[in-house]
Design a protein around this ligand. Structure first.
Ligand code: IMP
Length: 423
């Protein structure tokens, strides 16, 4: 048995959904511990493509139970829409399979409105949020003004909380009908009730029963509100430490931390990105890698792998292994670059700068490796990879000091290379 945290090492979109899905085959439980429906996980099974935003990817296996834990922010409308979409694709999700924490905070219509309103007022300093109400909901949580799932079960309590909240001062010209919102969310609460439990208790019992568990992070390390490129971040803690708080388990219960690392880097939304490519190669990575947001459809900015940022992500997450994804997207490039340092104000830096202004002005210093011409998307054995592709993987492993246990070469489950490690 093992409790494994899966974290994104970059700005999200590293392919965590596919990796969670593959590992979930041998899991009893998959737990989402932060974020909300700002996330987008694409999982391809046979001829079906599943796009999940809120519900953990483990749901595609009947034997696998799933949890939306306390650290998540939950939009109940999206929750039921996603269940309906899965149903239309042949996946029936029951309260027996899916559990929701009673203390998870709820995204309400005014949170979505506030998110978009605040973003439009940011002018030059836009964060490029997904507009799903994530930031304002976490703001309320920290300000002790939030509405939690358990509050939806009692109309009086819900009404009091929504009316006491000062959101109308922030949105003086809103056209929302407060009484209608209370009615709607009380009804959603009734529908939600069969799914709702004390998920910390449930997860800890599963750990005591020696079950196999994945704690699935959304977004990525560089979007972490503490450790990311603040203020261009999301409002939660995707890093592995967030899994303890967000799922209600002790740190000593975690056995492994798997970092998902894309073979290049992408970023959606605003904020600095030193290895971003503003040339043909960047566009090529975007097109070949289908780098368009699962949630918003926005084109993602693409660039070379950044080892400085990756070593930082390894440190703040305590990564014990790496899964390298989308290696096939680099097929056909004559050379592949890896950033190994930054030049900032004439100074060479090999550790990640915490000041976003330094990061913004960082000039990447690259190492160049030879590329490969072959199509690797059908290869499932590491030894069969072209020599230069193998060398690229080994280079990352050596530079990062963390073993690479999996390499993904396509979106399908079978497009995965498992690398056996010597004991
Ligand atoms: P928010 O999470 O909607 O508040 O957005 C904050 C920042 O995080 C924006 O730059 C978003 O584009 C980015 N972001 C949020 N969720 C994801 C994700 O799942 N993948 C990639 N970027 C994300």
């Amino acid at each position: 048995m093992a409790v494994k945290v899966i974290v994104g090492s970059q700005w999200g979109d590293e392919g965590k959904g596919k990796i969670t899905d593959i590992l979930a085959e041998n899991m009893d439980l998959v737990v989402r511990y932060q974020g909300g429906n700002n996330a987008g996980h694409t999982v391809v099974v046979g001829d079906k493509t599943f796009k999940l935003h809120l519900i953990p990817s483990g749901v595609l296996y009947k034997h696998c139970q799933c949890v939306i834990a306390n650290g998540v922010v939950l939009d109940p409308e999206v929750f039921f829409q996603e269940i309906e979409t899965l149903k239309s694709q042949g996946i029936i999700v029951t309260p027996d399979q899916l559990k929701v924490s009673s203390i998870t905070h709820v995204i309400l219509p005014f949170h979505r409105l506030l998110d978009n309103r605040q973003e439009s007022k940011r002018h030059e300093e836009k964060i490029g949020t997904t507009g799903r109400g994530i930031g304002p909901t976490y703001t309320d949580k920290i300000a002790r003004a939030g509405v939690r799932v358990m509050d939806l079960m009692c109309r009086e309590r819900l009404s009091k909380k929504i009316k006491k909240h000062q959101w109308e001062q922030l949105l003086p010209d809103h056209t929302l009908d407060v009484e209608a919102i209370i009615d709607q969310y009380f009804e959603l609460g009734k529908k939600l009730k069969p799914f709702v439990i004390d998920t910390s208790l449930f997860i800890n019992q599963a750990i005591d029963q020696k079950k196999n568990i994945i704690l699935e992070g959304a977004q990525g390390t560089m979007l972490d509100v503490d450790h990311g490129t603040y203020p261009f971040v999301t409002s939660s803690n995707p890093v592995s430490g967030g899994a303890c708080v967000g799922a209600g388990i002790g740190p000593h219960k975690i056995d492994e931390v798997l970092g998902v690392v894309k073979a290049y880097v992408s970023r959606v939304g605003e904020g600095p990105f030193p290895t971003e490519l503003h040339c043909e190669t960047g566009l090529r990575l975007r097109e070949k890698g289908c780098e368009y947001g699962t949630t918003t459809g926005r084109p993602r900015r693409c660039g070379w792998l950044d080892m400085v940022a990756l070593r930082y992500a390894i440190r703040v997450n305590g990564m014990t292994e790496i899964c390298l994804t989308k290696l096939d997207v680099l097929d056909g490039l004559s050379t592949v670059k890896v950033c190994v340092g930054y030049q900032i104000d004439g100074e060479l830096l090999t550790e990640f700068p915490l000041d976003v202004d330094d990061f913004t002005s960082a000039e990447p210093i690259y190492e160049e490796l030879p590329g490969w011409t072959e199509d690797i998307s059908g290869i499932t054995d590491f030894d069969q990879l072209p020599a230069n592709a193998k060398a690229y993987v080994q280079h990352i492993e050596k530079k990062s000091g963390v073993k690479i246990t999996m390499v993904s070469v396509g979106s399908r489950r079978n497009q995965t290379i498992h690398i056996l490690q010597p004991n």
